[in-house]
Structure formats: structure tokens, C-alpha cells
Ligand binder design. Structure first.
Ligand SMILES: Cc1cc2nc3c(=O)[nH]c(=O)nc-3n(C[C@H](O)[C@H](O)[C@H](O)COP(=O)(O)OP(=O)(O)OC[C@H]3O[C@@H](n4cnc5c(N)ncnc54)[C@H](O)[C@@H]3O)c2cc1C
Length: 591
């Protein structure tokens, strides 16, 4: 069975050496002292490796089952969920007014990475609840907040998000679910939603569905969509649970991975719904959930890659095959371990440099969110909006690729189920699809985010790269970071310029390059993250630290990323600049 060890040292390095969290001018960050974050991460790491990770394979093998309209989760999930609730882990960064612990999002993201690495399918139950909590918190009435939030923070009640219908996932304007206004101010919700994660289960007393539906007579398309709270059990005025609402589970989907999560078809038959916010403004409210969820999903790419990588390293050190080309390294053994071979090293370095860079990006992104929420910092808000599709799309595409690389290190043993490596690949695959498929993330990046606010966030990002390169121009140790980053940033600007010059004339020129742009942007962003980490490691080494090897390893891994991964930007730029002509050359009939 695969194992998982929480990367606490690496997280502490990012939080304290790189982000210098406790000194950041963000309200609440003063409590993020190394001892405090260390204690939280240690505890979360223990739950991750001792409670959640052992259930990962159980969830994969057993899956969820539907019996007489009731959904049952795999063996052990219920008990583990109780442990999570008792430890207060479900409300780590939630509002203390509703029972949350009010901790910084950056710390919640670090904890989230560990728990997702240990068991992605399981963590989707509290994850979806957190998203629903955020939407109600941002857009609900005071009464709705008082009714639902305390129970959702504690996960006594869990949450879901209901967008997808059989005929629409991306194009939600085609939605058919109806919300008929009732005399008492509620709405009768009717329709079918499919693929609803954590749609129903046996781990909480109530499930609070957030449902998008159209009020008859409203505007056509996406502008006519409103958001409703539809509880599985109606909540009485005194907070107790009343009648069963008109929502039922039609079936549980059979799927490629995340078997431990109940992906449900939900049928709404005149169910009582309560409007959140204004009528016809549902997408705005849902986006509160989706932006947060997209960063969480980006992190799933990292978390599966990390778990797979850790096991690939163990295997590569253990499995004896062939001899090192430069001479036997373990002559007393029948063969050398896989890790001596350069091609295995390349794969492990790809994985290691991705995981550590992606971790930095997730935590830096979370800091931007904290900065924008806790300080009302509009530059931070602009940057994180720009980077959200990059974090979601790039980290999940790459994260999936990394799980495949880890699987490959096992040879045939990676393909059979016994070693557990195929689960990482199967589980990681969904993150490229849900929360807006990655192709659509790329469209969002090129079509909306790039030019948002007159292009200010994009300029702010380029400025960050320039400032970093300028500040370190005279530092020879940083040259392996600054030189490639400067070149990569030029490619990013050239691509943006190409879109500006050609996209207006023919939008196909921009959209045919959108996926490459998302990846180009992702590599430059990870390059910047490695620049920040390289600088921090190099500074730490000047103090002759006890754990010198950690910092030297960090620098070597960063140099690998800059030399071997970042040059991918040239290919992406060439593809972008070739435009749409070859992409669109064939008639549909020629396929
Ligand atoms: C396991 C699982 C869990 C899920 N959980 C939830 C959930 O909790 N709640 C929920 O509401 N939904 C959920 N979903 C649904 C998921 O979000 C959708 O499947 C996803 O948004 C894509 O929608 P679709 O499947 O209808 O694909 P389509 O919208 O039909 O898209 C098909 C493909 O075409 C591409 N495409 C679409 N439009 C364009 C365009 N204009 N330009 C270029 N390419 C385009 C897409 O990128 C995609 O690759 C889940 C799905 C799965 C499989």
C-alpha cells in the first residue's frame, strides 16, 4: 500500500524563509510564528498519514453505494470524518462568528494539501462544504447565515454545488432547472442535476445543496440564472430538522477515480429552495465558490503528484534493475537500484521540481487571497484573479502528468492495482475536468483575465518578475534563476503581444493558442516561484545553517527547473505565434 509523509519542512521553509509570514503586513499573520504553524502542520500531518491515507485505497476499492435511496460511504469514512470534525479541522479558516477558527487561508491551504494528498475523495466532502459556506457567507442574508453556517463550519451539515445538467456543463446558459416563486417567498425547484460531488452520504445529519436554477420569465441564458439553498431536510425555525425536502438521489455515477466520493444524480421535484442574494445574479454568487474551489482543485493536481512522487522515490531506491552506466554503484548487490539511472533521475527531478514549485505557488496564491480579503489590497486581488485559471489549469494538467511519470517508474507494477500507483493517476484525472474544464480555464485566461482592468494585473505580474531579476542582477549565485526567468518573461510578453495584435482581427488566433498560453504562463509563474525559493535558500546558506543539505537541495532543484522545465516556454510561444490557420484548416467533415 502506498505511504504518505507530510512535507512539513518544505511548508515551513515556504511560510517562514520565503514568505516570512509572521512579519507580513497582513492582519492575523502575526500569529503565524514558526512554532505555531509547525504545531498545526505536525498535527495535520499525523491525521493525514495515520487516518486519511490508509483509507485512500479502501475508498478506491469499495466506492460508495446507494441502497433504498440512501448513500453509504466506504468503511472507515464516517469515523475519520468524526475525527476531522472533533479536531476542528473543517473550520480552520472560517469566520469565528460562526464557530470557525479564523486562521489565515495560507495555513488552511497548507493543511489542505496534506489531507488531499492523503485522500482526495474523502476531502471533497469537507471541501465542497467549505465552498458552499463561502457562497452563503458572501451572499446570504443574516438569517441564512445564522441558520446554516455554524452547522456547516462544524460539518454537522455538509454542502454541495449544483451546476451541471445532462445537456450543459460549460454552457450553463442552457440550464433547464426551474425555480417557481411560491406565496411564502420560497421557490419550488424542479429539474435534474448530474455529477454532483458529495451529493449525498451517511456522514452528516443534513446536506445543504446550493443549486443554480432559472426563475420563469427571467432573462434568457446565463443572465437568468439564480442561486438557491435547498436543504435535504428542511430546517425548522428553532434550528431542528424538519421534513424531508423534495430532492432525491437518482443514482451514483460509476467513474474512473475518486471512488470514495459520492458523485450523484440529484432529482429535484418541487423541492423548497431559498434564494441567495438577488434573483438572476446566481452566477456572481456561485463564482465566489468557484474561484476558491479552483485554487483548491489546482492544489489537487499538486497533492496527487506529491503523493505519487513520494512513493516513486521509495520504489526507485529499492528496485534493483541494471547497472549504472558509469560503473556499478552497489557491486555487492545483483544490480543497482533504479535511482542510479539518468532517465529515472530526470523523471524524479521533473516531479520534485514541479511539486515544490507548485506548493510555493499555492501558498503564495493563498497569501494573495489573504492580502486581498484581510487588507482589501486591489493589486493582490487582481493578481490572484489573473492567476486562478493558471493555478487550476496548469497545476492539474502538470500534476496529472507527474502522477503518470511516478507510475512509469514502477514499470508494469505501476499499471497493476497492487501497488496503488494507478489510483493517483485515476484520481488526479478529474481535476483537469471539473470546476471548469482546463480548456475553458485557458479561454478564461486569454479571453477575460489577460485584458481585465485594462491589463493592470498582467502588468503587475510582469513587474514582479522584472523587480526580482533587477534586485538579484549582481548576485552570481542567482544567475541560474534570473537569466532564464528574464528570457521566459520575454516569451510571455511576446505571446500577450501576439494576442493583442492578432486576436482582435481574428479571435481564432487567440483561442487556438489559449492552452499553450496557460502553460507558458504556468511555467513562468513556477519559474518566479523557484526564483523566490532559490533566493531564500541562498540567503539561508550564508548563515551556515545546521540543515545545510536542505537548502543546497532546494537550490539544486530550482536550477533543474530553470534549466530543464522552463525552456518549454519557447515551444509554447512558437505554437501560439503560428496562429489558428493550421488548427482550423480542415472542414469538420475531414475529421
Ligand atoms: C467526478 C465528477 C465530479 C463533478 N462534480 C461536480 C459538482 O460537484 N457540481 C457540478 O455542478 N458539476 C460537477 N461536475 C461536472 C463538471 O464540472 C463538468 O463535467 C465540467 O464542467 C464540464 O462540463 P461537461 O461535462 O458538460 O462538458 P462540456 O461542457 O460538454 O465540454 C466538453 C469539452 O469541450 C470543451 N469546451 C466546452 N466549451 C468550449 C468552448 N467554448 N471552447 C473550447 N472548448 C470548449 C470543454 O473544455 C470540455 O473539454 C463533476 C464532474 C465529474 C466527472
Amino acid at each position: 500500500m502506498p505511504s504518505y509523509t507530510a512535507p512539513i519542512k518544505d511548508m515551513q521553509f515556504i511560510l517562514h524563509d520565503v514568505l516570512k509570514a509572521s512579519q507580513a503586513d497582513i492582519p492575523g499573520y502575526d500569529e503565524l510564528e514558526p512554532d505555531f504553524t509547525g504545531a498545526v502542520l505536525e498535527e495535520a500531518g499525523k491525521i493525514s498519514s495515520e487516518v486519511l491515507a490508509p483509507l485512500n485505497v479502501v475508498g478506491d476499492k469499495e466506492g460508495c453505494r446507494l441502497e433504498n435511496g440512501k448513500v453509504f460511504t466506504p468503511t472507515g469514512f464516517k469515523e475519520a470524518f468524526e475525527q476531522l470534525k472533533e479536531g476542528g479541522w473543517t473550520g480552520l479558516d472560517c469566520d469565528p462568528e460562526y464557530g470557525g477558527q479564523g486562521m489565515a487561508y495560507v495555513l488552511a491551504i497548507a493543511v489542505g494539501e496534506m489531507m488531499q494528498s492523503a485522500n482526495q475523495a474523502f476531502m471533497m466532502y469537507p471541501g465542497l462544504t467549505h465552498g458552499a459556506y463561502s457562497a452563503i457567507h458572501a451572499h446570504g442574508s443574516d438569517e441564512q447565515k445564522a441558520t446554516y453556517l455554524p452547522k456547516m463550519v462544524s460539518c454537522e451539515w455538509t454542502g454541495t454545488m449544483n451546476l451541471t445538467e445532462p445537456h450543459c456543463g460549460t454552457d450553463l446558459g442552457l440550464m433547464r432547472t426551474k425555480a417557481e416563486p411560491q406565496d411564502d417567498g420560497t421557490y419550488a425547484i424542479s429539474g435534474q442535476k448530474i455529477f454532483i460531488s458529495a451529493g449525498d452520504h451517511d456522514m452528516s445529519e443534513n446536506v445543504i445543496h446550493l443549486v443554480l436554477a432559472k426563475i420563469p420569465g427571467g432573462p434568457e441564458g446565463i443572465k437568468g440564472v439564480s442561486l438557491f439553498i435547498v436543504p435535504k431536510f428542511i430546517v425548522n425555525d428553532d434550528g431542528t430538522l424538519g421534513a424531508r425536502n423534495g430532492v432525491s438521489v437518482g443514482s451514483i455515477e460509476e467513474k474512473m477515480g475518486i471512488h470514495g466520493n459520492s458523485t450523484c444524480v440529484l432529482n429535484y421535484d418541487g423541492a423548497t429552495g431559498y434564494l441567495i442574494g438577488e434573483a438572476h445574479k446566481g452566477m456572481r454568487a456561485m463564482f465566489t465558490m468557484m474561484n476558491e474551489a479552483r485554487i483548491g482543485v489546482g492544489m489537487q493536481g499538486l497533492s496527487q503528484a506529491e503523493a505519487a512522487y513520494q512513493n516513486a522515490v521509495i520504489y526507485a531506491k529499492d528496485r534493483l534493475q541494471g547497472r549504472a552506466v558509469t560503473g556499478a554503484q552497489f557491486p555487492d548487490k545483483p544490480a543497482d537500484p533504479l535511482i542510479v539511472h539518468p532517465d529515472i533521475r530526470r523523471s524524479l527531478m521533473d516531479q520534485k521540481s514541479f511539486c515544490e514549485g507548485a506548493r510555493m505557488l499555492c501558498l503564495w496564491g493563498a497569501e494573495l487571497i489573504d492580502r486581498s480579503h484581510r487588507k482589501n489590497d486591489s493589486t493582490a486581488l487582481g493578481l490572484i484573479s489573473l492567476l486562478t485559471p493558471v493555478i487550476k489549469g496548469f497545476l492539474t494538467d502538470e500534476g496529472y502528468d507527474m502522477t503518470v511519470k511516478a507510475q512509469q517508474i514502477y514499470g508494469g507494477h505501476g499499471y497493476i492495482e497492487e501497488w496503488g500507483m494507478s489510483q493517483f493517476t485515476r484520481d488526479a484525472r478529474i481535476a483537469m475536468i471539473y470546476e471548469g474544464a482546463n480548456g475553458v480555464q485557458a479561454l478564461d485566461l486569454v479571453g477575460r483575465k489577460l485584458a481585465a482592468d485594462g491589463g493592470k494585473p498582467m502588468m503587475a505580474f510582469i513587474e514582479l518578475v522584472k523587480t526580482f531579476c533587477k534586485e538579484n542582477a549582481d548576485d552570481e549565485a542567482m544567475a541560474p534563476f534570473t537569466e532564464p526567468l528574464k528570457e521566459a518573461s520575454k516569451a510571455l510578453q511576446a505571446a500577450a503581444m501576439y494576442f493583442m495584435q492578432n486576436g482582435m482581427k481574428n479571435p481564432n488566433h487567440a483561442l487556438a493558442g489559449s492552452n499553450d498560453f496557460m502553460h507558458l504562463f504556468g511555467h513562468v509563474t513556477l519559474g518566479l516561484m523557484w526564483g523566490y525559493m532559490g533566493k531564500a535558500a541562498s540567503e539561508a546558506l550564508k548563515g551556515d545553517p545546521a540543515d545545510k543539505a536542505f537548502y543546497e537541495t532546494k537550490l539544486a532543484t530550482g536550477r533543474y527547473y530553470m534549466a530543464r522545465r522552463l525552456p518549454a516556454v519557447a515551444t509554447h510561444l512558437a505554437r501560439i505565434q503560428s496562429g489558428a490557420d493550421t488548427v482550423m484548416a480542415l472542414d469538420a467533415e475531414s475529421f
